[in-house]
Design a protein. Structure first.
Length: 313
């Protein structure tokens, strides 16, 4: 009986002790247990930039908003000041920044490409301008050559026409003229005695020199017709101008002769001229245009003179 009572007391004491110990542990947990502390400062937002080969886990993290709803905010001290919130870039801002960088690179490449194309186009335009300029110069040179050929042909035609017209007029005037050139030079007299060794008519020498001079170099001189054309010889005789005026003296005609020997221009009044009658000067020019000299090679146009001496019978 005594043993049973002791066992019963021991069980009761053990139960009471266990209750007391658990009660103490419960109270200890209440007063010293883990308490959730909400920080005063913002910790930012969870940003999900997408998936990654380095990521792990089977579940997506809960949104920050759902986590904040489950937290019990603490009462902030009345005098505490809230620190300034740190601005965090939102996903749209971050994306926008990345997009700006990509667009900047693309814009730079596009600008460089446009500059290269602009430079190539400028080079093409410059080459085209040079080709057009060269073509224009060739066309101008060709036009000048054609114009020069036409001018020479026209002068030749006019000279031939003037020559024919002058010959006809000379024949008519010769038939009605009662005056002739003085003898001693080439004129209408058949007893002319010209001097010289060039083969031309007239006395050889300077037209301003003396008729009695024996120096024949440089042209012809003396009474009658003479010419000076630097080594060229006359074919036939010098044409005679009309002479139906009461004038005596000298008319010196400046002539230009082409390579074929044709007189292409004649102008009376050169040094040595003493007759100022316009009609006689014109007749002398027409007669000079009928003169024909020996031909030479090349396209040289020589300048010389024909001197006409007039003397009344």
């Amino acid at each position: 009986m005594k043993n049973n009572k002791e066992n019963k007391d021991s069980k009761i004491a053990g139960f009471v002790g266990s209750v007391i110990i658990h009660l103490l542990l419960f109270l200890l947990l209440i007063f010293t247990g883990i308490v959730t502390v909400i920080p005063d400062e913002e910790e930012g937002l969870t940003v999900n930039y997408g998936t990654s080969d380095m990521g792990s886990g089977l579940f997506e993290p809960a949104p920050q908003k759902d986590i904040e709803d489950q937290l019990v905010p603490e009462t902030a001290p009345t005098q505490a000041t809230t620190p300034p919130a740190v601005s965090q870039p939102t996903p749209s801002q971050s994306d926008l920044q990345t997009q700006d960088i990509e667009e900047s690179l693309e814009v730079k490449e596009a600008r460089e490409k446009a500059e290269k194309e602009k430079e190539l186009e400028r080079q093409r335009q410059e080459e085209l301008r040079k080709q057009q300029e060269e073509l224009r110069k060739q066309q101008e040179e060709e036009a000048k050559r054609i114009a020069e050929e036409k001018r020479i042909a026209e002068e030749k035609r006019k000279a031939e026409e003037a020559k024919k017209k002058a010959q006809e007029e000379a024949k008519k005037k010769a038939q009605s003229a009662g005056k002739v050139f003085g003898s001693g030079g080439k004129g209408s007299s058949t007893s002319s005695s010209s001097e010289g060794n060039t083969g031309g008519s007239g006395n050889q020498g300077n037209p301003l020199g003396s008729a009695e001079s024996t120096n024949r170099d440089g042209g012809g001189t003396g009474n009658g017709h003479s010419y000076n054309l630097n080594g060229r010889s006359i074919k036939g005789t010098l044409p005679s101008p009309a002479y139906n005026k009461n004038e005596e003296g000298v008319i010196v005609v400046t002539i230009e002769v082409n390579a074929a020997g044709t007189v292409i221009s004649a102008r009376a009044g050169a040094a040595g001229t003493t007759i100022g009658d316009a009609t006689m000067r014109r007749d002398a020019e027409q007669a000079a245009l009928k003169a024909k000299f020996n031909g030479i090679s090349g396209n040289t146009i020589q300048t010389g003179t024909i001197t006409y001496r007039y003397k009344l019978n």
